[in-house]
Design a protein around this ligand. Structure first.
Ligand SMILES: *[C@@H]1O[C@H](CO)[C@@H](O)[C@H](O)[C@H]1NC(C)=O
Ligand SMILES: *[C@@H]1O[C@H](CO)[C@@H](O)[C@H](O)[C@H]1NC(C)=O
Ligand SMILES: *[C@@H]1O[C@H](CO)[C@@H](O)[C@H](O)[C@H]1NC(C)=O
Ligand SMILES: *[C@@H]1O[C@H](CO)[C@@H](O)[C@H](O)[C@H]1NC(C)=O
Ligand SMILES: *[C@@H]1O[C@H](CO)[C@@H](O)[C@H](O)[C@H]1NC(C)=O
Ligand SMILES: *[C@@H]1O[C@H](CO)[C@@H](O)[C@H](O)[C@H]1NC(C)=O
Ligand SMILES: *[C@@H]1O[C@H](CO)[C@@H](O)[C@H](O)[C@H]1NC(C)=O
Ligand SMILES: *[C@@H]1O[C@H](CO)[C@@H](O)[C@H](O)[C@H]1NC(C)=O
Ligand SMILES: *[C@@H]1O[C@H](CO)[C@@H](O)[C@H](O)[C@H]1NC(C)=O
Ligand SMILES: *[C@@H]1O[C@H](CO)[C@@H](O)[C@H](O)[C@H]1NC(C)=O
Ligand SMILES: *[C@@H]1O[C@H](CO)[C@@H](O)[C@H](O)[C@H]1NC(C)=O
Ligand SMILES: CC(=O)N[C@H]1CO[C@H](CO)[C@@H](O)[C@@H]1O
Length: 715
């Protein structure tokens, strides 16, 4: 009886105490208190609140991302602050997630205060995509012994991460230090970490050249990315048996060498494997039959693809480009590999016919067979690969006529068609004009004859200025085994940007992330005759047009100036006649103009942009006159009298001084407001001419950089 009433009293007192506490906090306007029925209000622990305020004090938060972290009474519950989560039962802070995002500038910077250590139950720490200005990762993170997730990706940390940092992190599952270039992970080869990681994300973290030995202790990871890690070693045989759960492996961009063993049973289901850009050699080993993504490009694999094909199954994404593979494809794409979405064999030594069964590869969107020794005709079976976006067969020995089944009906999504540098002959079929999605049409370096079809204005994508999407996505999935006939179940769909190699201003460049912005026609080095059809002037989206080295006659279409985005125009080595339309000087984006070796006559337009081209643009037209050529037009006076300030040609001794580097530094100086300093130089006529010429070229350069993205030199 007594104990019962004591018990009742105790309960009453407790309830009273909590009610009081409730009143006082809600009374001061606590934001959304965690009122539960039966459960008590959990508020953050005072010690941890002060620690967070101290943390904020040492961080630089220019964009007010931490504005809810305040000392005021009504913000007292730190569990409600931005980026914080607390344990419902204990009130301890368990999550501190202050990640920024890629591509925005709202990053935090400054210093990480050791007050972080007060958060003794912290399990999840994410400071990714911030800017810690190449500071060291503080060693005290090693004392946060309850951490399971540590994400410092792309946070601009530098220096070393050593065993001391990780010594006490026995519960760690996710270690993400990716994209802190130069940061070095310095762990002893024999070191046995206290943790078993699930996710090892160390892209661009330097690890030294030996393959990291501490991985031998990790028996249960599913994800490992050690791309750009500076590894220069073989992959030790034990590595393949460390974790049966491995489903993502990225060791690309290292200097890994040696021969791979049979890998067909070394991964979890539907793995993604990227071993590209290394020095791996030997024959292609077997991979799991359900590999979803396999990139072995830019290695030194040799031999045939035959046994690889026979052991392969459903491979949505397969890139074997840039190796020394040879032999025939044989039935590889007929009864070997199936389910291809992306297929790349470019830059190998393959030969023989291309045979492909589209029934098994209905989802094929990108076919790259560039630079091999393939012969024969384009296989008719290709017509069934209806969602192809990229057909890249350039640099082979393919022959026959350009098939008249390459139409917009068969390939409504075709964006890139490159048949350059083959042995195609015959005329250009006018059905090509029905390729309404085409943005890059490259048929150069073949034996094609006859006229350029007049229906060019049907190439709808090329008639539109600009582009809705900078990248052209190649989709692939890793669904369950898909047997032909059963239909496709798309699961876990991923995207990869389509790419194409283009000859742009004489350089071979790869366009990937900005491919969607490139619109060009290259029919150069064929035997095309007749006139340049007026319809070409409807292709307002074109940024490149190359019709050089053909047998074209007639005049340059006067309305060519309508192609306002044109950056590259090459009509050289034809039999074009008449004068250069003066309106051509309105093409203000033009960076390359080549009209040389034709029968053009009359005066070179002497105003606007045409002035910025030197005489190589006009050579070999015996009847052209005026600057920059030396032949004077009737009635002109000799420029050597110095009367014409724009009359400086390119053969001045000053050339050596005013090299491009100099110009660039001048332009930068100009932009940063040092006009006064260089102004005196600009008073000089010669310099002025060159400076504006440079600015004009600089604009072109900038345009190409911006619009076309980073062009990579290749081969
Ligand atoms: C707790 O409160 C919620 C509403 O806030 C109510 O739906 C639920 O039934 C309550 N549970 C108990 C056990 O009283
Ligand atoms: C803690 O509370 C939040 C919000 O009320 C709830 O969503 C979450 O499930 C709770 N967690 C646990 C472990 O009870
Ligand atoms: C950050 O981006 C915003 C727009 O997103 C812009 O207004 C602001 O000027 C930028 N700040 C800096 C420092 O670049
Ligand atoms: C790791 O834990 C031990 C024992 O608890 C402690 O003495 C040591 O200081 C800790 N090391 C770090 C880096 O926190
Ligand atoms: C690593 O962190 C970055 C930034 O938060 C994130 O984008 C990336 O997906 C993470 N990697 C893994 C494997 O979790
Ligand atoms: C491996 O990791 C998975 C997922 O984290 C977990 O469920 C499993 O228990 C772990 N296995 C071992 C042997 O640690
Ligand atoms: C592998 O890493 C490289 C470099 O970090 C990256 O470009 C590539 O996309 C990654 N591969 C996959 C399949 O994610
Ligand atoms: C590839 O073909 C070229 C030209 O036929 C030949 O010179 C080269 O040796 C071949 N390389 C390999 C690895 O087969
Ligand atoms: C290649 O294809 C052509 C027809 O296009 C055929 O005549 C020839 O026999 C084929 N060659 C091989 C080796 O299959
Ligand atoms: C071009 O388009 C017009 C109108 O859509 C169509 O009538 C014509 O047949 C097309 N020409 C070719 C060669 O596709
Ligand atoms: C651009 O992307 C959007 C969505 O990402 C898509 O709906 C649209 O069809 C794309 N446009 C082109 C021209 O590819
Ligand atoms: C130790 C080290 O190499 N630190 C470098 C890290 O990267 C930054 C920026 O690239 C350099 O300024 C540091 O010298």
């Amino acid at each position: 009886m007594f104990s019962n009433s004591m018990y009742l009293l105790l309960v009453t007192v407790i309830i009273l105490l909590f009610t009081l506490r409730c009143t006082c906090t809600t009374g001061t306007g606590l934001l959304s208190p965690k009122l539960g029925n039966g459960t008590m209000i959990v508020k953050c622990i005072e010690k941890e609140r002060l620690a967070l305020l101290k943390l904020k004090e040492e961080l630089v938060d220019e964009h007010g991302r931490l504005s809810s972290w305040r000392a005021d009474e009504q913000y007292k519950d730190c569990c409600l602050w931005y980026g914080i989560q607390c344990d419902n039962a204990t009130g301890h802070v368990t999550v501190l997630d202050l990640h920024g995002s890629s591509g925005n500038n709202k990053s935090l910077s400054g210093k990480i205060s050791p007050s972080l250590l007060e958060l003794e139950d912290l399990e999840y720490l994410d400071l990714s995509f911030n800017d810690f200005s190449f500071k060291q990762v503080p060693e005290f993170i090693g004392s946060l012994s309850k951490l399971t997730h540590l994400n410092f990706a792309s946070a601009s940390f530098s220096g070393l991460i050593s065993e001391a940092h990780l010594l006490n992190l026995s519960r760690l599952q996710v270690l993400n230090l990716s994209f802190n270039s130069n940061l070095t992970l310095d762990l002893g080869n024999d070191w046995i970490p206290p943790f078993q990681l699930d996710t090892i994300a160390l892209a661009r973290v330097k690890m030294g050249s030996p393959f990291p030995g501490w991985l031998q202790s990790q028996r249960n990871f599913s994800y490992i990315d050690m791309s750009y890690a500076g590894i220069s070693d073989t992959i030790p045989i034990w590595f393949w048996d460390t974790s049966p759960r491995m489903e993502f492996l990225n060791l690309s961009y290292n200097h890994i060498y040696g021969v791979l063993p049979d890998l067909s049973s070394k991964f979890a289901s539907h793995p993604r494997i990227d071993l590209s850009s290394n020095d791996l050699s030997g024959e292609l080993p077997s991979f799991p039959r359900d590999v979803k993504f396999l990139d072995l490009s830019k290695n030194k694999f040799r031999g045939s693809i035959y046994s690889f094909c026979n052991n392969a199954g459903y491979i949505p994404y397969l890139d074997l480009s840039n190796n020394f593979l040879s032999g025939e494809l044989a039935n590889c794409l007929v009864d070997g590999i199936y389910g291809l979405f992306y297929f790349n064999l470019a830059n190998n030594n393959f030969s023989g016919n291309i045979s492909i069964a589209c029934e098994r590869n209905r989802m094929l969107q990108a076919l790259h067979l560039r630079n091999n020794y393939f012969t024969g005709e384009i296989p008719t079976a290709l017509i069934n690969c209806q969602i192809l976006k990229v057909i890249d067969l350039g640099g082979n020995k393919l022959s026959g006529k350009i098939p008249d089944w390459i139409t917009g009906v068969s390939f409504p999504q075709l964006v890139v068609l490159s048949l350059r540098s083959n042995e195609f002959h015959g005329t250009l079929p006018s059905v090509l004009c029905s390729l309404t999605s085409i943005q890059i049409l490259d048929l150069s370096l073949n034996n094609i004859s006859g006229p350029i079809p007049k229906c060019l204005n049907n190439l709808t994508a090329l008639t539109v200025e600009g582009s809705s999407n900078a990248t052209i996505p190649i989709m692939y999935d890793g669904g369950p085994d898909i047997t032909p006939g059963k239909g496709l179940i798309l699961r876990d769909t991923q995207f990869s940007p389509a790419s194409a190699f283009l000859i742009w201003k004489g350089l071979v460049s790869e366009y990937r992330n900005s491919l969607g912005l490139v619109k060009m026609i290259d029919l150069s080095s064929n035997y095309l005759d007749g006139e340049i059809p007026e319809q070409v002037t409807s292709l307002k989206g074109l940024i490149g047009l190359n019709l050089s080295s053909n047998n074209l006659v007639g005049s340059i279409p006067t309305n060519l100036y309508q192609l306002r985005l044109l950056n590259f125009l090459d009509l050289s080595h034809n039999h074009l006649s008449g004068s250069i339309p003066s309106t051509l000087s309105e093409l203000s984006h033009l960076g390359v103009l080549n009209l040389s070796y034709n029968n053009l006559s009359g005066r070179i337009p002497s105003k606007g942009h045409s002035l910025t081209f030197d005489n190589s643009s006009y050579l070999g037209n015996s009847q052209l006159c005026g600057l920059p050529l030396t032949l004077l037009c009737p009635g002109d006076t000799n420029t050597s009298t110095g009367g014409d300030e724009d009359g400086m040609n390119d053969h001045e001794p000053l050339d050596e001084l005013f090299n491009e580097g100099f110009y660039i530094s001048m332009a930068l100086g100009f932009m940063f407001g040092f006009w006064g300093l260089i102004g005196s130089l600009v008073l000089n006529n010669t310099f002025r001419h060159k400076f504006f010429k440079f600015i004009s070229k600089f604009e072109d350069w900038l345009y190409v950089k911006l619009a076309l993205g980073k062009a990579r030199l290749h081969r």
